[in-house]
Design a protein around this ligand. Structure first.
Ligand code: PBG
Length: 330
């Protein structure tokens, strides 16, 4: 680090004194391009159901989906992420609803692709938790999450989503080896252009609670996800996870959760030159939302946090604030 000069001839406040000069030396610029809007789906007609644990977040029936996608499009958000609230009656041990070509996600992908063509990207989670009766991302036998057997299903889930028109396949399950196997299956089935965003670094976090409520897996989840999601004590392990997923063919990687893991975002960006996405998860969203509603902090605090992700090295952020902030930034 070269510092030329010192006080009193060097005064860092000089460049801060005018709005125009602050704009000039700005190192990061948050824009709608940086935001990905998650959307929860629910079965039925003309439904828009509030998610209790997430202020201003709703589950939309497929026929009302255009309401929120229209907003995202006009706010110039590049991509949406679809998550289903599956009817509990359709859940079972194997999560077979994930492979039903008439499931909520498949219907939603088809509708969005038909109506919006390529004007907005679609990303879909690949994992079994919205579909299993035990709430885990994989298959279970004798209280153990089975890796390879789960990956076999995830491959089918990925192929189905790609066939429906999903642009970005996002495995969020944390099974070993799934990126390579999914890439290979996509390639051999004529989906060479389907992108893979790996949730490469996903910690077993306490901040996922409201999301599990939104997809209906909270009450049924048995135990925790610590045998597959990462231990938050670990930093170097994140680098190994990303290195492996790059080798296996990931186009982009996700770090999750967001704000408590800015060090990890920076580590990954410093070590690898590929797009790094961050996920500001449901718990983070609800904490900030509630604090704003209670007037403890103002809405600009959202922009501050999202900019922190950019500063740490994230190319984009999945955030439930996407529409709200993109509109504000316009
Ligand atoms: C499930 C999944 C989770 C989230 C995204 N995909 C929850 C979990 O792993 O239990 C969390 C998102 C959020 O909290 O906003 N594969």
């Amino acid at each position: 680090m070269i510092i030329t000069g010192k006080y009193p001839n060097l005064r860092l406040r000089r460049s801060r004194q005018h709005k125009w000069s602050r704009r000039l030396v700005k190192e990061n610029n948050l824009s709608a391009n940086d935001l990905i809007q998650p959307i929860f789906l629910v079965e039925g007609k003309n439904k828009k159901i509030p998610v209790k644990s997430m202020p201003d977040v709703y589950r939309y029936s497929v026929d009302r989906l255009t309401q929120i996608v229209d907003k995202s499009l006009s706010n110039k958000i590049p991509m949406i992420a679809l998550f289903p609230f599956t009817n509990p009656k359709l859940k079972n041990k194997l999560g077979t609803e994930s492979l039903n070509q008439d499931n909520l996600v498949c219907k939603a992908i088809q509708l969005v692709k038909k109506k919006y063509k390529n004007s907005i990207g679609i990303m879909c989670d690949v994992a079994l938790d919205p579909y299993t009766s035990h709430g885990h991302d994989g298959l279970i036998n004798n209280n153990k999450i089975l890796n390879d057997e789960t990956v076999d299903i995830l491959i089918e889930q990925s192929l189905l989503q790609a066939e429906m028109g999903c642009d970005v396949i996002a495995p969020s399950d944390m099974m070993d080896g799934r990126i390579g196997k999914i890439r290979k299956a996509l390639d051999t089935n004529n989906f060479k252009d389907t992108q893979i965003l790996s949730y490469a670094v996903k910690y077993a976090s306490n901040f996922y609670g409201p999301f599990r409520d939104a997809v209906g897996s909270k009450k049924i989840l048995k135990g925790d996800k610590k045998t597959y999601q990462m231990d938050y004590n670990n930093r170097l392990e994140a680098i190994r996870e990303v290195a492996l997923d790059i080798k296996e063919g990931a186009d982009m990687v996700m770090i999750k959760p967001g704000m408590p893991y800015l060090d990890i975002i920076k580590d990954i960006k410093d070590n690898f030159k590929l797009p790094v996405l961050a996920y500001q998860v449901s718990g983070e969203y609800s904490i900030i939302s509630n604090a704003i509603k209670n007037k403890l902090i103002n809405e600009d605090s959202i922009i501050e946090v999202l900019t922190a992700f950019k500063r740490a090295g994230a190319n984009a952020v999945v955030t439930y604030f996407a529409n709200q902030i993109a509109k504000k930034l316009k």
